[in-house]
Ligand binder design. Structure first.
Ligand SMILES: Cc1ncc(COP(=O)(O)O)c(C=O)c1O
Length: 493
C-alpha cells in the first residue's frame, strides 16, 4: 500500500472510541491490547491513523505508561501498529481495512462490524513468514517442486477446451482423483460428484457457512478451537456457540444444553485444534446421532489427518455417517505448501446443489492449470509418495521435539498424548505469564497460547508448538530459546 505524504492528525478521543474490553479476569495490558486490536479489525481505527503518545493515552485511561507501552509493543510485534521513530505510532498501513466502506449501518448489518472479524486473528495484506513454533506449517522445501513445475508446464502449455472453464465444482479429473485417494486414505464415502475443489480448508468453511446456515442459526464451535471457523460462521450472519472440549473433543451433552436447536456443529475429530485430542468412537456416534435425529449438519475439518505417526490412522467421521449429515473438509496446502491454495470438500448429496450455487456465486474454483497438475500429481501416485515421505520426516521431527522438551524442561512440561498432526500442545506446570508470547516474538519465536484460541476463560494455559517446518538443528535451538524464556517469565502455581 502506498504511504500518504501527510500523516493523519492523531485521534484525540481514543478512550471513548475504544471501550476497553471488559473482562475482569484479565490484566489492563490485555484489555488495552484487545481494545485496540478490535477497533482496528472492525475499522473503527483506520489504517494510517496516528495514535496519541503512550504518555497521553496512559493519563487519559488512568493507567501506568508502562502498561500502555507493553500493549503497544505487542500490537506492533503482531503487525497492527507501525512505529516511526521521531514521528509517532500509526495503525499499520499493511492491514486491510476490512470493508470499512459502510460505517453507517446498524450493528449487525455491516459485515465489518460483525463479530467474525473480532474473532479473526487479523486480516493482513502481507504474507506472514513462518517462524520457529508456528503451528500447522508444512516444510515447503521438501515438496518436489521440479516435478510440480513440469506438471504445471504441461497444462499451462496445452489448456484443452474442457479445461478452460471447469465450473464451480472444479476440474472433473481432479475430483475423480481426489475421490479415489480419499476413499482409500481416509475411509470416506465419496462420489466425484460430491466433491467441490476450493482454495483450501478455510474457503471450504466459508462455503459451508453460506450453503448450510441462515442468519441467526446457532452453530456449535469447539472452544478452544480454530478461530477462523468461528469467523466463517459469524460472517454468514450465524451465531457461533463456544462449546468446551474435553479429552474426547467437543462435549456433545454440554453443547445440547448450551444450544439445543443448533443448526450445525464444527469439529476437528481426528486431531482437535489446538488441544490435539482425538474424538473416540462413542463420542463420534453420539455426535452423528444428534445430527441424524435433528436434521442438522456436522462440518468435519480434517486439516492435518494425513500425519499420523503411530500407524493407527483413524478413519474420518464422515465414513461412519449413515445419514449423510457430515460435510467433510480437507486441504492440500498442509501436505504440499501453504501458498499452493488447493483444498476440497465432500458435500452430502442433499446439499450438493446448494454448495454449487454458492461456489458459483463466490467463484471459488482455483486456476485450471493448477487443478490439472494436481490431478496428475495424485493419479500418478506422487501425492501418496509425498505424504509417506513427509510422515517419516515429521515423525522424526516430532520425536526430536518431544525428546528435547523433556530433556531441557523435564517435568515442567506435559505433552498431548496423541501422536499425530503438525503441532504439539505443551502444558506447563507453571503458568507462563502474559508476556511470554511477546518476548518470544522479540526472539524470533512464534508462541501461540491456548488462551489465544479460547472464547471463554480457561484455568489452564499451554503453548501450541508447531514443528513440521523446522529442521533438526532449528528444533534444538528453538527449545533452548523457549526454556530460557520460560525461566524468566514463569509464574509458579
Ligand atoms: C484447524 C484448521 N482448519 C483449517 C485451516 C485452513 O487451512 P487452509 O490453509 O487449507 O485454508 C487451518 C490452517 O492452519 C487450520 O489450522
Amino acid at each position: 500500500m502506498g504511504q500518504s505524504t501527510m500523516p493523519r492528525r492523531p485521534v484525540t478521543t481514543l478512550p471513548a472510541v475504544i471501550p476497553l474490553a471488559r473482562d475482569t479476569g484479565r490484566s489492563l495490558r490485555w484489555r488495552i491490547h484487545k481494545g485496540f486490536k478490535d477497533a482496528i479489525l472492525t475499522g473503527q481505527l483506520e489504517s494510517g491513523t496516528r495514535l496519541p503518545s503512550t504518555r497521553t493515552l496512559a493519563s487519559s485511561l488512568g493507567v501506568s505508561r508502562s502498561t500502555v507501552v507493553e500493549a503497544f509493543d505487542q500490537l506492533a510485534a503482531e503487525g497492527f501498529l507501525d512505529r516511526r521513530p521521531g514521528s509517532g505510532t500509526y495503525v499499520s498501513r499493511q492491514l486491510a481495512t476490512l470493508r470499512a466502506t459502510d460505517r453507517t449501518g446498524a450493528p449487525g448489518t455491516n459485515p465489518a462490524r460483525r463479530p467474525a472479524h473480532r474473532a479473526s486473528a487479523g486480516a493482513r495484506e502481507h504474507a506472514v513468514l513462518p517462524r520457529p513454533f508456528t503451528p500447522c506449517e508444512p516444510d515447503a522445501t521438501l515438496f518436489p517442486h521440479r516435478l510440480w513445475a513440469r506438471l504445471l508446464a504441461r497444462h499451462a502449455r496445452t489448456p484443452g477446451t474442457s479445461e478452460a472453464a471447469p465450473g464451480p465444482a472444479g476440474l472433473p479429473q481432479l475430483r475423480k482423483a481426489l475421490a479415489a485417494h480419499l476413499v482409500l486414505s481416509r475411509g470416506v464415502t465419496a462420489a466425484p460428484e460430491q466433491i467441490i475443489v476450493v482454495s483450501g480448508a478455510q474457503q471450504a468453511l466459508h462455503l459451508c457457512a453460506h450453503a448450510l446456515l441462515d442468519p441467526g442459526d446457532a452453530v456449535w464451535c469447539e472452544d478452544p478451537g480454530y478461530l477462523e471457523a468461528r469467523a466463517a460462521v459469524a460472517l454468514a450472519g450465524a451465531r457461533p456457540v463456544p462449546v468446551p472440549v474435553d479429552g474426547d473433543g467437543l462435549d456433545v451433552d454440554l453443547a445440547t444444553d448450551l444450544a439445543p436447536h443448533a443448526r450445525a456443529a464444527y469439529v476437528t475429530p481426528s486431531h482437535q485444534f489446538p488441544t490435539g485430542n482425538v474424538m473416540g468412537l462413542a463420542r463420534r456416534l453420539r455426535l452423528l446421532d444428534w445430527a441424524a435425529r435433528n436434521g442438522t449438519w456436522i462440518v468435519e475439518d480434517d486439516y492435518d489427518s494425513e500425519f499420523c505417526y503411530d500407524n493407527r490412522p483413524l478413519p474420518a467421521l464422515q465414513g461412519l455417517d449413515d445419514h449423510q449429515s457430515v460435510v467433510y473438509v480437507g486441504t492440500l496446502n498442509k501436505i504440499a505448501y501453504r501458498g499452493l491454495r488447493l483444498g476440497y470438500l465432500i458435500a452430502p448429496p442433499a446439499v450438493t446443489d446448494a454448495f454449487l450455487a454458492v461456489a458459483d456465486t463466490m467463484s471459488t474454483s482455483p486456476p485450471v492449470a493448477v487443478q490439472s497438475a494436481m490431478a496428475d500429481f495424485i493419479s500418478e501416485g506422487h501425492l501418496s509418495q509425498h505424504i509417506g515421505r513427509m510422515r517419516t520426516t515429521y515423525r522424526e521431527r516430532r520425536q526430536l521435539l518431544v525428546d528435547e522438551l523433556h530433556r531441557v524442561l523435564g517435568d515442567r512440561i506435559q505433552l498431548e498424548p496423541a501422536s499425530r498432526g503438525m503441532h504439539i500442545l505443551a502444558t506447563l506446570n507453571a503458568v507462563p505469564n502474559e508476556y511470554l508470547a511477546r518476548r518470544g516474538t522479540a526472539r524470533g519465536l512464534d508462541l501461540r497460547m491456548l488462551s489465544d484460541y479460547t472464547q471463554t476463560p480457561m484455568s489452564r494455559e499451554a503453548i501450541v508448538l508447531g514443528y513440521t517446518h523446522l529442521r533438526p538443528e532449528q528444533i534444538r535451538s528453538a527449545v533452548v530459546d523457549l526454556a530460557s524464556l520460560l525461566s524468566t517469565t514463569d509464574r509458579r502455581l
